[in-house]
Design a protein around this ligand. Structure first.
Ligand code: C2E
Ligand code: MG
Ligand code: MG
Ligand code: MG
Length: 284
């Protein structure tokens, strides 16, 4: 069709995008079966106090192990899950599985830390989200403070009145709320002030430039200052070097997550390498 209309040049691009559409449809078909076929997994990445180094939480990160394609990156399949509507059942599975896992670690006598799960826009807009959270907490027997919900800055900034109401209703349950990838969107300060979130996760694209890009340093410094003046916690994502950590610590960022301290890992490895290594909580 494109060839008929625009000749070879157009035909070339059209064939390339045709391939992409075909691949996306094939992935979507496979993803539709992934839950039932038990191909989805959660990996866990530790979150640490920037000063003491103590483990303060974990983020659950979705992995898809396809029998033929191998490990498919979330960057590839989450957008497909979102556009096909599959993200709702998948996201529900993620929340339940993460809480089930933390409860299993607790039952095994391992330290209990809050677990963060990522929410997509469709989940956030789902009128049943609150009921899903209540049911997942009840099934795990964990207190609401053990669950953190991460919204990206772009989700958080959309449709403000509805977002404020939804965040409030989740907050009233006692769960923690974080804004993920902070700094990549266009938050208005007055709006941020009305959102009852607990912490800002500084996007890794800014952390990457610490100690050699003055612009990134200025952005990180101002996000930390902003969070402090709004009474929010800050967690820096993608911390890979001691130099980045020392900058963040000096500027007063409270928590860090990144390869420097721990990579995302399967639950067994997380239990062995992160939970067992965590010092028991100090009771005073
Ligand atoms: P995110 O929520 O911002 O997660 C952080 C990403 O940074 C993860 O990528 C993690 O593996 C990676 N990361 C952590 N530390 C470092 C580091 O030191 N250096 C570098 N270069 N990267 C680091 P991942 O696991 O590939 O996930 C990518 C994105 O996919 C996530 O970004 C999140 O937006 C989305 N995602 C993952 N799991 C879920 C899920 O269950 N539901 C939804 N809706 N989205 C998810
Ligand atoms: Mg996240
Ligand atoms: Mg992020
Ligand atoms: Mg992200």
């Amino acid at each position: 069709q494109a060839k008929r209309e625009g000749g070879d040049r157009l035909g070339f691009y059209s064939r390339a995008s045709h391939e992409q559409v075909r691949e996306t449809l094939a992935l979507e078909r496979a993803l539709r079966q992934a839950l039932g076929r038990n191909e989805l997994r959660l990996h866990y990445q530790g979150q640490f106090d920037a000063v003491s180094g103590a483990l303060v939480g974990a983020e659950a990160l979705l992995r898809w192990q396809h029998p033929e394609l191998g490990l498919v990156s979330p960057a590839r399949f989450i957008p497909i899950a979102e556009s096909s509507g599959l993200i709702r059942p998948i996201g529900l599975w993620v929340m339940n599985e993460a809480l089930r896992q933390v409860a299993a670690w607790r039952d095994a006598g391992l330290p209990v830390v809050p677990v963060a799960v990522n929410l997509s826009l469709a989940q956030f807009r789902d009128p049943d989200l609150r009921d899903h959270v209540i049911a997942a907490l009840r099934a795990s027997g964990l207190s609401a403070t053990m669950l953190e919900l991460e919204l990206t800055e772009s989700i958080a900034m959309e449709d403000s009145e509805h977002t404020i109401a939804t965040v409030d209703s989740l907050k009233r349950l006692g769960v923690q709320l974080a804004i993920d990838d902070f700094g990549t969107g266009y938050s208005s300060l007055s709006y941020l002030k009305r959102l009852s979130v607990d912490r800002l996760k500084i996007d890794q694209s800014f952390v990457r430039g610490l100690r050699y890009d003055p612009d990134d340093e200025a952005i990180v410094r101002s996000v930390i200052g902003l969070a402090r003046s709004l009474g929010l916690q800050t967690l820096a994502e993608g911390v890979e070097t001691e130099e980045q950590l020392s900058f963040l610590r000096d500027e007063g960022c409270q928590q860090i997550q990144g390869y420097l301290k721990a990579r995302p890992m399967p639950p067994e490895a997380f239990a062995q390498q992160v939970l067992l290594a965590a010092s028991p909580p100090i009771v005073s």
